[in-house]
Design a protein around this ligand. Structure first.
Ligand SMILES: C[S@@+](CC[C@H](N)C(=O)[O-])C[C@H]1O[C@@H](n2cnc3c(N)ncnc32)[C@H](O)[C@@H]1O
Length: 254
């Protein structure tokens, strides 16, 4: 199998990758969906173990930013690639009258979300690249740790822009390129510890090797800013978390 080695600079170049392997787009799309269906029951526990609980802190930060950006906008918050619902439930509990929609391509992930959230929010089985929601209908869109899994990430950003009301925001959280001094520690953690925990706890080393590879290949924050701009979203804030391990972009529909 052909392997991809270098971090991408364009979102588009991820379309035919599955981790480090090169594959056709339809193989990638089906592979990602099957992978998340498979790991869904262990997804939340794995996140806690792999990040030492840090992802909760990052998501809390993201929710605080989202709540600010929602002020003055009516309509739903759409959590794209919402998975098991962390961001959606965080927004809903702080803004109980807000309509909140968790959208995801994996039934397995949505099943877990439903078990956690009951009917407090709505669940939508949908690809972020083709959302069945009207133009300008969303008060806000969130996308946490989902963009690098998309087969057509540029199109997903385009869909976010299409759904947003003018002046409303997409808040994007994604793994990124850590600062040079921190990269060796992070590299060891992601190369050895994460796949080992994946094998032990989720009994799926392959899935977690994919996740690590997809993080390593994902474009750096400034390239993401450019992709957001191309989609019609102007970045007003780009915040590095944990020395750049993750980056939050706040981007407003132009
Ligand atoms: C790493 S999880 C993130 C879940 C959640 N947002 C969180 O932060 O915990 C990535 C999610 O993206 C979803 N996903 C992958 N490709 C997708 C696509 N094309 N459209 C919608 N969801 C997708 C997966 O099913 C999975 O639930």
């Amino acid at each position: 199998m052909v392997q991809t080695q270098d971090r991408a600079t364009e979102l588009d170049s991820l379309r035919q990758t599955f981790g480090a392997a090169r594959v056709d787009e339809d193989v990638r799309r089906a592979g990602v969906r099957a992978l998340f269906d498979r790991i869904a029951p262990r997804y939340d526990l794995m996140n806690d173990l792999m990040s030492f609980g840090l992802h909760r802190l990052w998501k809390r930060k993201m929710v605080r930013v989202v709540l600010k950006r929602l002020e003055g906008f009516d309509g739903p918050l759409v959590d794209l690639a919402g998975g098991t619902g962390d961001i959606a439930f965080g927004v809903k509990s702080a803004d109980p009258v807000r309509r909140v929609i968790v959208a995801d391509a994996s039934d397995g992930m949505l099943d877990i979300a439903r078990k956690r959230g009951g009917d407090s929010v709505e669940y939508l089985h949908a690809e972020a690249e083709a959302m069945p929601l009207a133009d300008g209908s969303a008060a806000g869109v969130t996308l946490a740790f989902g963009l690098r899994n998309m087969t057509d990430p540029a199109r997903a950003l385009g869909e976010a822009a299409r759904m947003l009301a003018p002046g409303a925001s997409l808040v994007l959280l994604e793994f990124s390129k850590p600062a040079a001094w921190f990269a060796p520690f992070y590299g060891l953690h992601s190369r050895y510890i994460i796949p080992a925990i994946g094998a032990l706890v989720a009994r799926d080393r392959g899935a977690y090797t994919y996740l690590v590879e997809s993080i390593r290949l994902f474009p750096a924050a400034d390239d993401v800013t450019r992709a957001l701009d191309n989609a019609g979203l102007q970045t007003i804030e780009q915040r590095a978390l944990m020395f750049g391990v993750a980056v939050m972009h706040v981007a407003v529909k132009k």
